[in-house]
Every structure is written in structure tokens, then in C-alpha cells.
Design a protein around this ligand. Structure first.
Ligand code: DP6
Length: 351
């Protein structure tokens, strides 16, 4: 866990707003865009929000700033990340009719050095905090569209539980948003996160890797054709309370996504030997009767969908796989919310 608390007192301009958001793991993946400039996904996706991985972000607009300032876990971010975030902040400023730059401080309450992705929870928390600090009052859908322009998976982190992202068809992306999936009959789920290695920085960003897959993989068309079928099957399983059916779709969908990436030229390969060992162990445990289905993303870690009753035993089993440095057990997370507002010019206690 990060212990850094870079939140500071408001110095005028706008209220300081803190928002928190949970990460999410896709059970039917987003991998490929129909419009890179607008960050529109080529297909829908479906995710589960996780309560073990939380980002808190504080935003304050300040007339004294000459550019946006951003820290992550107490340290200034790279110029690339600052510029990317600042470009996204322009969308908020344009919408609010605001000219001021902002001071942004983000903290990931993730296990240290786990190498777990945080762009989803990061942009979701930023979207909630920045729009509130700018005086905007957006609907959930508008917020989701805005977060999506920062990172596609962030649109899903605004909501709790199972979340469905719609690819939409409109050229301007106005129908490309996420919303909670209604009617789930699957309570008491858990997601295990088997961390591989010491959290080395991932080799390819998901953004570059999905573009490269779309451009060069002979399997990309087959991947895109599969997604709508998997979405339908996953939704049916969730509404029918069928964890096994959902698990089978999720594991198959993740493997298909990686198959399309592995077939790109040159290949995008996120798996390490311990990833494969964990995937094999999950299959073995399942053959022995366990409720366990694996999924992996743009990194070597293995996430395992299971139920509350099986989580502890499974976590202990997976922790013994060579190369697995730890196993986190996560429950289902809630949607992003504002957690604190500091009146303009008033010092605020650090959370
Ligand atoms: C493998 O949301 O990080 O995690 O929209 O380019 O920022 P951008 O991509 P991002 O991609 C997530 C890819 C994934 C699958 C998923 O979360 O659906």
C-alpha cells in the first residue's frame, strides 16, 4: 500500500475535490479501437470492479498556475503522462468554460511494486474529481464518455459490480459509454490477483499493443467476431447466476485476446513462465473440482474469478506456484465517488 499523502490545502481558485475509484478487470476484453483519435473501442467489453485496488485523486483549479501539475504517489509524473493528462483536462475546461490550470495529486492504494495497471481507476477518479472541481454536474453517462477519452477501461471503473461498455456506432462517440449491468444473480464473487515477479514495468502499453494487434495480427478479425458472442454469453451467465458459464467465457475470451496479440508481427507477448504455470495450476485445480477461471491483461499477472467460499484455499494454492510473488484477494468494488471537498482557500487535512 502506498503511504504517501501528497494532498495539500486549497490555495484558492476552485474547491479542492478528492475522488476515489476502484480498478476493474475485464471478463470480456477491450482490445482494439474503431477510432484512435477519439479513443473509441472497436467492440464492447464487460468487467468486474474490484475493491482491493483503489486510486484516490485530488484536483484543484488555481489561477496562479501556468500549466497543469500532476503527482502520482507523491512524485511528479513523466512529461509524457503530464501532457496526456493535460490534454484530457482540456476537455473538462472546454466543457466548464474554465481557463485555469489544475493541481492534481493521485495516490494508488495498490500493493507496492505489484506492477498492476492503474489507468482505469486513475482516469475514473480524475474524471469525478476534475468535473466536480470545475463546477460541472454530469450524468453518469456523460462522465463515462469523458473518462473513456482518457482511457477506455476507465469508463467502466466509474461503476461498481459488473459493468458493460458499449462500443456504439456514432462517429462522435456519443453512444460509446459504460453502465452497470442490471440483474446479476452472482453474489459473493472474489477475484484473486496472482502477482508475477516483482512488478517490472510492462513491456508494451495496452494502447500501443492493441493498435499493433489490429494492424498486423491475422487473428484480429477473428477476435473481433468473437467479442459479441462472448458478451452475450457472459451476460446470460451473470443474469442466470451461472458462475461456471461466466468463468468459461472469461477464460476463453482472455486466451483469444492474447492469441490475437501473440500472432501480431512482431509478437506481443505479455506472459512469463510463471504466468503459464499459474494458468496450468488453475486448470488443474478446476479439474479437481475448484470454482476457478483465469484471465490475464497487458502484463504477466493472473487474475482468477472464484466465489467467496473458495477464495482463501485457492489463494494459498496459487501462492505456491514458483514465480508468483503474492496473491491478493479482492471483493467486488463500488463505483467512483467524491470523498472530500475543501472549500476554496481553506486548508484541508490530508486523507
Ligand atoms: C487488456 O483502457 O488501458 O486491460 O483506451 O488505450 O487507454 P486505452 O486502453 P486501456 O486498455 C485495457 C486493455 C485490457 C483489457 C480491458 O481492460 O478491457
Amino acid at each position: 500500500m502506498s503511504t504517501t499523502t501528497p494532498f495539500i490545502g486549497s490555495r484558492g481558485g476552485s474547491p479542492g475535490v478528492t475522488a476515489r475509484s476502484c480498478a476493474n478487470i475485464a471478463l470480456v476484453k477491450y482490445w482494439g479501437k474503431r477510432d484512435a483519435a477519439r479513443n473509441l473501442p472497436a467492440a464492447g467489453s464487460l468487467s468486474l470492479t474490484l475493491d482491493a485496488l483503489v486510486t484516490e485523486t485530488w484536483v484543484e483549479f488555481d489561477p496562479g498556475l501556468v500549466r497543469d501539475e500532476l503527482t502520482l504517489d507523491g512524485a511528479a509524473v513523466s512529461e509524457e503522462v503530464r501532457v496526456k493528462t493535460s490534454r484530457w483536462m482540456e476537455l473538462v475546461r472546454a466543457r466548464a468554460g474554465l481557463a485555469q490550470f489544475a493541481r492534481i495529486a493521485s495516490v494508488n492504494h495498490f500493493p507496492t511494486a505489484s506492477g498492476l495497471a492503474s489507468s482505469a481507476s486513475g482516469f475514473a477518479a480524475l474524471a469525478v474529481a476534475a468535473t466536480r472541481a470545475a463546477g460541472l454536474s454530469l450524468s453518469a453517462r456523460e462522465l463515462s464518455i469523458l473518462a473513456r477519452q482518457g482511457s477506455g477501461s476507465a469508463a467502466r471503473s466509474l461503476f461498481g459490480g459488473f459493468v458493460r461498455m458499449h462500443a456504439g456506432t456514432a462517429a462522435d462517440g456519443s453512444d460509446c459509454f459504460a453502465e452497470p449491468l442490471a440483474g446479476s444473480q452472482l453474489p459473493d464473487l472474489r477475484m484473486l490477483i496472482a502477482v508475477v515477479g516483482a512488478g517490472a514495468v510492462k513491456e508494451h502499453s495496452s494502447r500501443d499493443a492493441m493498435d499493433h494487434t489490429a494492424e498486423t495480427s491475422p487473428f484480429y478479425p477473428a477476435w473481433l467476431a468473437l467479442v459479441p458472442r462472448d458478451l452475450e454469453a457472459a451476460e446470460r451467465a451473470i443474469r442466470g447466476g451461472d458462475l461456471r458459464a461466466l468463468g468459461e467465457v472469461a477464460e476463453g475470451n482472455a486466451l483469444a485476446m492474447h492469441a490475437s496479440a501473440i500472432a501480431a508481427r512482431p509478437a506481443i507477448m505479455y506472459w512469463q513462465p510463471a504466468t503459464l504455470a499459474l494458468l496450468a495450476r488453475v486448470r488443474e485445480l478446476r479439474r479437481a473440482g475448484a470454482a476457478a477461471w483465469a484471465t490475464t491483461d497487458a502484463g504477466p499477472h493472473v487474475k482468477v474469478l472464484t466465489d467467496a467460499g473458495s477464495a482463501a484455499t485457492l489463494a494459498a494454492e496459487l501462492a505456491q506456484v514458483p514465480g508468483c510473488s503474492r496473491v491478493l484477494v479482492s471483493g467486488v468494488g463500488q463505483g467512483a465517488t467524491v470523498t472530500a471537498t475543501t472549500p476554496q482557500g481553506e486548508a484541508k487535512a490530508t486523507p
